[in-house]
Design a protein around this ligand. Structure first.
Ligand code: ADP
Length: 320
């Protein structure tokens, strides 16, 4: 009977039943309406801190109405007093807004309150290739081909939109929950107008192209150079020009001094690919399309998977 059913239910623990819900850390996206009143457009629950960068803290947050997760970049306005920071941030927002590609971290919106500017971005739960390489040390050639194919697609896309990344490195390339490659961090990107050559010196030492160091003006091809550095790093486990002292790294780059370790087992196609990218004269460097046509990328012996399983975050892929 109904009465018996009720009796079979376990008695509720009076303590847990009345325990207060843990405090939720809510962030409200407020916007001014036509009458100049502030209205909450969306609320996010801040779940954890993802990291800290040069001028921002990044949090994992969930839109409480849709349950979608986002990475929210939080920039303290007091850090924006310096004009260069303000410029960097505005630049990043403007560029992110203009991009929409499967292999580029998606920008959703940005808003602010009295203290901070918030940038709502696609969340990449599997971190960057920096963390991946810290665990794996180096990647197999078939993985490099698959990841690189996506990196090239993202760069061909941004270049077609007049954007040069300029700070391409393994710490700026993320993997999402489905192991899809996502290019991020446009703080240093430049919007190119009329293909003029840029002259600002920037970028992380290991990845800087020689024409930037020699102050010869530079363009899209600095990103191609960085691909050479990335592929070498993926396959060998350390960047090609790296030295303890930054000056020595820069000297190696200027002199195009790098080599493959004697005992390294990478294919001749992979070596040739890297050598045709790490070419000092940008005009003689492989273009993105030439990279896709190179024998390293056009292996016909076996099928190159579109993405790799999550297990490859820690271990090499297995043969089957
Ligand atoms: P920087 O200021 O050096 O450019 P960021 O502010 O872009 O660095 O990011 C700082 C850290 O936050 C990153 O190293 C990463 O761990 C994390 N992060 C940034 N963006 C995302 C994202 N879209 N998804 C997941 N984690 C992210």
């Amino acid at each position: 009977t109904e009465n018996q059913n009720q009796q079979q239910k376990p008695a509720q623990d009076p303590v847990s039943c009345y325990q207060a819900q843990p405090q939720r850390n809510l962030l409200h996206e407020k916007r001014k309406n036509q009458d100049g009143e502030w209205k909450v457009e969306r609320s996010y629950e801040v779940l954890s801190k993802l990291g800290k960068g040069g001028f921002a803290k990044v949090y994992l947050a969930k839109d409480i109405s849709s349950n979608e997760q986002y990475a929210i970049k939080v920039v303290d306005k007091s850090s924006l007093e310096k004009d260069s920071f303000k410029e960097k941030l505005n630049q990043e927002i403007k560029i992110q807004k203009s991009l929409n590609h499967e292999n580029v971290v998606k920008y959703y919106t940005s808003f602010e309150d009295s203290q901070n500017v918030y940038i709502v971005l696609e969340y990449c739960s599997n971190q960057t290739f920096k963390e991946l390489l810290d665990r794996r040390k180096r990647l197999t050639e078939i993985e490099v081909k698959s990841h690189l194919f996506q990196i090239i697609q993202s760069l061909k896309y941004i270049h077609s939109k007049g954007v040069i990344h300029r700070d391409l490195k393994i710490a700026n390339i993320f993997l999402n929950d489905k192991m899809v490659v996502k290019l991020a961090d446009f703080g240093l990107s430049a919007m190119m107008k009329n293909a003029q050559k840029r002259k600002t010196v920037c970028g992380t030492p290991n990845y800087i192209a020689p024409e930037v160091l020699k102050n010869q003006g530079h363009d899209y091809l600095v990103d191609n150079w960085a691909i050479g550095v990335i592929v070498y790093t993926f396959l060998i486990g350390k960047p090609p020009f790296e030295e303890k002292e930054v000056e020595n790294t820069l000297r190696n780059i200027k002199a195009n001094r790098y080599s493959f370790p004697e005992n390294c087992t990478i294919s001749k196609e992979a070596k040739d690919f890297i050598q045709k990218i790490l070419v000092p004269n940008p005009d003689q460097r492989l273009t993105m399309d030439q990279m896709l046509q190179h024998p390293f990328m056009k292996s016909e012996e076996y099928y190159i998977p579109k993405t790799f399983p999550i297990s490859t975050l820690a271990l090499p892929p297995t043969a089957n």
